[in-house]
Design a protein around this ligand. Structure first.
Ligand SMILES: [Fe+2]
Ligand SMILES: [Fe+2]
Length: 309
């Protein structure tokens, strides 16, 4: 166990610490958890006692990113809590998919008929991801090396040579295809990363599924390209949009280094939706981090860089 774990755990579970600080502690713990530190994983899980859905969904995300079997029990517990916020349950199901073990299939199958569309669709994706990861096909597919270290809800579509963005955009938006395939097109477009690819991704904001739209915003957050900012501001400012999608757009805006960003984010710190307000606080902290030139976003040295769910 890293000696930093008890201190980080204390910051994470304390309702007195400010949210931005708790997020930073969480990212340090995630880094340790990804190296196989079980106490770090347990410390992250201890954070579920909070009543902030934003923080809880981030805990679930980080547990998934550790890709450690030890995280599964905690994630299952959250998914099974039917009165938990759907955003948090969604993230738990997705995280089970990220860990990628077939032992999680029964619980994911159970919630394929959940009343929440977020949860249902996420379970569908996670099942397909686990089946893919454990398939022969996964071994034979030639995926281009991604610039992103995250474990995604779906691998990018294979492809080399000149990319056909129009075709990828069609597959992204084709509702007759499985969500898993459409996500694969999404992550391929992310990896291509040109302005044309960003415009193709932005077309996904017209999709009827809020889960799908929130993933587009998530991908823009990873890309941190100012070219996506116009679409993100539109989504974040749309009060009719689902709060999970607005939250993701706000955090994505926080990751884009540009002068207008801070002013935009400040608009949301008093939003009636709690998850939107809290996202703005975390995003402003990310902007602060970028500006300060601090070496690490996380609290203990030598941790992974910031990337929220
Ligand atoms: Fe999510
Ligand atoms: Fe999120």
């Amino acid at each position: 166990m890293s000696t930093a774990v008890p201190q980080l755990r204390e910051i994470l579970v304390s309702e007195e610490s400010n949210l931005a600080k708790r997020f930073r502690a969480l990212f340090s713990l995630k880094h340790l958890g990804a190296q196989g530190d079980k106490e770090a994983i347990e410390a992250i899980a201890a954070g579920f006692s909070t009543d902030s859905a934003l923080l809880k969904h981030e805990l679930a995300y980080c547990l998934g990113q550790t890709k450690n079997e030890h995280a599964i029990q905690f994630l299952e517990q959250v998914l099974r809590k039917e009165d938990e916020d759907p955003m948090v349950r969604h993230e738990s199901a997705e995280a089970l998919g990220a860990v990628g073990l077939t032992q999680s299939l029964p619980v994911l199958e159970k919630y394929l008929s959940d009343p929440s569309e977020y949860v249902r669709q996420t379970c569908e994706l996670a099942i397909d991801r686990i089946k893919w990861e454990n398939s022969e096909k996964a071994k034979s597919e030639e995926l281009q090396q991604s610039a992103y270290a995250s474990i995604d809800p779906a691998p990018p579509l294979p492809g080399s040579g000149p990319a056909n963005i129009k075709k990828l955009q069609d597959e992204l938006n084709d509702q007759s295809l499985s969500l898993f395939h459409r996500y694969r097109a999404m992550f391929r477009l992310r990896d291509i990363g040109t302005h044309e690819a960003i415009d193709a991704l932005a077309s996904g904001f017209a999709d009827p599924s809020a889960l799908f739209r929130h993933e587009i915003a998530f991908v823009f957050g990873q890309m941190s390209d100012p070219h996506s900012i116009k679409a993100l501001i539109e989504v974040a400012g749309n009060e009719k949009e689902a709060s999970m999608v607005r939250h993701e757009a706000i955090e994505a805006i926080g990751g884009i280094a540009s002068n207008e960003v801070e002013e935009v984010l400040k608009r949301f710190v008093n939003d009636p939706e709690r998850v939107v307000r809290e996202s703005a606080i975390v995003a402003l902290d990310m902007v602060e981090f970028e500006r300060s030139g601090e070496f690490e976003y996380a609290i203990v040295p030598d941790s992974a860089a910031a990337a929220t769910a």
